[in-house]
Design a protein around this ligand. Structure first.
Ligand code: SF4
Length: 738
């Protein structure tokens, strides 16, 4: 770890001051109104707010606000972008702005349009926008279009979005989870027959062991850190598994806890294992092997509720400790110590993030975690289970209500029956398949609700080609980002300004990563020319599909959408009257407090997970494994702060290497190098030392996407934003590979 961030502690006074400064910048009164209103937090999927008030979670804890939620509000509270900006500045000039500068332009408050071949956006009326969008979609066929949504939108908007696409005639409907947690959904389906967390928030309060794997919640899910601290306070253990020693997971100063603040931070991790990037399966196998050797397997649970144990055990028996240690780089004694803690735990929760899913073997990583939990009967009882740490605040809900290329047969049937229509059955594109098809010239139109698909996509040159090949792009957004000014090609672009969650004209709902549905009141009036996504989509559907049996016009009222969802989507029946009853709820049949699994035989399944192939580099170069990571001051592709306060104030164009590698390569901190992969290169990227295993590299997402390939995990269709083979191509004094 470099001197600059040695001793860095997560949270603490710095974060309090940052929050204060942000609140002052956006105005304490406006910020407080936004933060205390009855709306779900707009940032991460941990969830807080809703009907208990803006700063309260489902356990009634107050305040549950964090730095990330303040940052998200700071964006929405901004004034409108002056329309003159678009007349005075061609798109080429806007392309020079950084992600943070684009975000700071303000809120979009009028529809804007770029004509074919033009280099300017110009304001247009809503009437023109809706009519033109319908005309452009009509010019092509549904099979030559795709619909993509981020996890920001409401359940109601998501439902109308996918219904519009399907009623028009395509299942090319997908969401941002193909770039984040789709591997979780696939890996949980094969093992426990479910696709989401098996725990609710309350389960964390009784766990005596919490694993945090491939995640950095101190930056990305800040309130989760309080649960980890509470676990430690009651004598429990927190085992962090992460190649990078993240300062906020070692020690965190909890602003709500005077003791924690005065002590300069509380220890979070009881054990911190640092496997090589992408080697987690070998490590998990080592833990399982040691648990079995220590007599810690729950034979009664396995006999009654699991299958596949014999093959799982035989695979472990055939695997030597030498191979395990060689693969993951963690000493056998360390693995056995952690396994010993797990073998003694009464209630364990396994939480993981995109450090597990962003690999070509992401599904197998999740299966290996589920194997470990099943081995000790840690699924299907209170205070124990599986917890994927999801990103955007409604990314889980967007999937639940059908923004995905394939729906369950039961859902199709109910949707058709509810509206008296026949929907297409051809399998739709996942996100990358849609972009590959675009690059091949087979997509004429894209409807993109939220997000920043251009920057989120690996291989930035590919992303530009693919997006640029789409002749008509319709974006729905609250603010502008680099994806609205890059990858535009020669075609037409229409950008429509939408209400933020707390500005919706009628209440909306969101689903947290704990399967908890919140009701957001909306109703705040900040801008005069923005519209709710459902209103825009309903108008577009009415224009595109006149005479449709689906009552799209009625869906401008969210209560009507919820009534439809409640009839069609299993588990969401209570949605029908949530705005009247004001009763938030857990999606039925998700939280597992009894061992009844969703697999065909009702049992949890052990899956044998092969150890992935090692990464390779060109002749003469030493391979490094790269993981793209987020900084403290960013949320997904949104950049709030250029410097990372948890990593020595490093700027966005940085790469982190271990001190051992720096010495071996003869590179000094602060030096600039060229980092290369088979896909692209980062030139003049600034080197920082960090506590990492030898042979590892970290760089920031989305900047480092230039190095990532478009190949996907064949099972989840998720690209590898981690385990990317890279090498040092040149330094100031050395032009050849190192
Ligand atoms: S942890 Fe996530 S949901 Fe909770 S306040 Fe922070 S950003 Fe919002």
């Amino acid at each position: 770890m470099s001197e600059a961030h040695r001793g860095t502690v997560g949270g603490g006074p710095k974060k309090v001051l940052y929050t204060l400064e942000t609140l002052r910048r956006i105005g304490v009164g406006r910020a407080t109104k936004a933060l205390t209103s009855k709306n779900a937090c707009k940032a991460c999927a941990y969830g807080m707010g809703g009907q208990r008030g803006g700063m309260t979670n489902e356990l009634g804890e107050f305040p549950s606000v964090c730095n990330k939620s303040v940052q998200a509000q700071s964006t929405d509270i901004q004034p409108a972008i002056p329309v003159e900006l678009f007349a005075h500045h061609p798109i080429g000039e806007l392309q020079e702005l950084s992600g943070r500068e684009m975000e700071r332009l303000g809120r979009l408050n009028t529809p804007i349009f770029k004509a074919a071949g033009s280099d300017h956006y110009a304001p247009v009326t809503w009437d023109f926008a809706i009519r033109h969008a319908a005309d452009k979609l009509r010019e092509t066929s549904p099979a030559r279009a795709f619909f993509y949504s981020s996890g920001r939108s409401s359940n109601e908007a998501g439902f109308v979005f996918q219904l519009l696409a399907r009623a028009w005639g395509t299942n090319n409907v997908n969401n941002c989870s193909y770039y984040c947690h789709q591997a979780t959904s696939e890996g949980l389906a094969t093992t426990i027959g479910k696709a989401t967390a098996s725990v609710e928030l309350e389960d964390l309060t009784g766990a005596d062991l919490i694993f945090v794997i491939g995640a950095n919640p101190s930056s990305n899910h800040p309130r989760f850190i309080h649960m980890l601290k509470a676990c430690r306070d009651r004598g429990g253990k927190v085992i962090v598994i992460n190649p990078a020693k993240e300062p906020g997971l070692v020690k965190f100063a909890v602003p709500k806890s005077p003791v924690s603040m005065l002590k300069g931070g509380t220890e979070i991790a009881s054990d911190y294992l640092q496997p090589r990037i992408g080697s987690d399966i070998a490590l998990f196998k080592g833990v399982a092997k040691a648990v079995i050797a220590a007599g810690g397997a729950d034979a009664a649970f396995i006999a009654a509720h699991a299958s596949g144990y014999e093959a799982f055990r035989a695979d472990l028996d055939a695997l030597s400790w030498d191979r395990i240690v060689a693969e993951c780089g963690v000493a056998q004694a360390d693995i056995e110590r952690v396994a010993g803690r797990y073998a003694k735990a009464q209630n364990a929760v396994f939480a993981w993030g995109m450090g597990m899913t962003h690999h070509l073997h992401g599904v197998a990583n999740v299966e290996a975690i589920a194997n470990l939990a099943t081995l000790r009967g840690m699924i299907g009882k209170r205070f124990s289970g599986l917890l994927p740490l999801r990103g955007h605040s409604n990314v889980q809900g967007i999937g639940t209500i059908g923004v995905k290329p394939v729906l369950a047969a039961e859902v199709y049937a109910k949707m058709e029956a509810a509206f008296g229509v026949t929907l297409p059955r051809e399998k739709g594109f996942d996100t990358m398949a849609g972009l590959k098809s675009a690059e091949a010239g087979n997509i004429d139109a894209a409807v993109i609700m939220g997000g920043n698909l251009y920057e989120a996509t690996p291989d930035t040159a590919f992303a530009g080609r693919a997006m640029g090949s789409i002749g008509f792009k319709l974006f729905l957004t609250t603010t502008l980002n680099r994806g609205h000014v890059h990858g535009l090609g020669e075609g037409e672009v229409l950008i429509l300004p939408v209400t933020a969650r707390d500005e919706e004209w009628s209440p909306t709902t969101q689903e947290s990563m704990f399967n908890y549905i919140r009701l957001s009141d909306g109703g705040i009036n900040r801008l005069d020319n923005v519209r709710p996504e459902t209103v825009i989509l309903a108008d577009l559907a009415t224009e595109l599909l006149p005479g449709s049996k689906i009552p799209f016009a009625a869906f401008k009222e969210h209560a009507r959408v919820r009534e439809a969802i409640a009839k069609i989507v299993p588990g969401l029946e209570e949605l029908a009257d949530i705005d009247v009853a004001k009763r938030e709820f857990h999606v039925r049949n998700r939280v597992l407090h009894t061992p009844s699994f969703g697999t065909p035989d009702g049992r949890a399944h052990f899956v044998v997970t092969p150890i992935p192939e090692p990464v390779r580099a060109p002749e003469g170069a030493r391979p490094l494994r790269l993981a793209t990571v987020r900084s403290e001051g960013q949320f997904n592709t949104i950049i709030y702060e250029e410097a990372d306060s948890y990593r020595g104030k490093a700027g966005r164009w940085s790469v982190f290497l271990s001190q051992d590698d720096l010495a071996d390569f003869g590179i000094a901190e602060g030096q600039k190098i060229t980092l290369a992969s088979a896909t692209g290169r980062m030139q003049d990227v600034v080197v920082h030392g960090f506590d990492l295993p030898r042979g590892s590299a970290l760089a920031y997402y989305p900047e480092a996407n230039v190095l990532c390939d478009t190949a996907v995990d064949p099972r989840s269709k998720t690209p590898a934003f981690k385990s990317v083979p890279v090498w040092i191509e040149a330094t100031a004094g050395n032009r050849g590979p190192m």
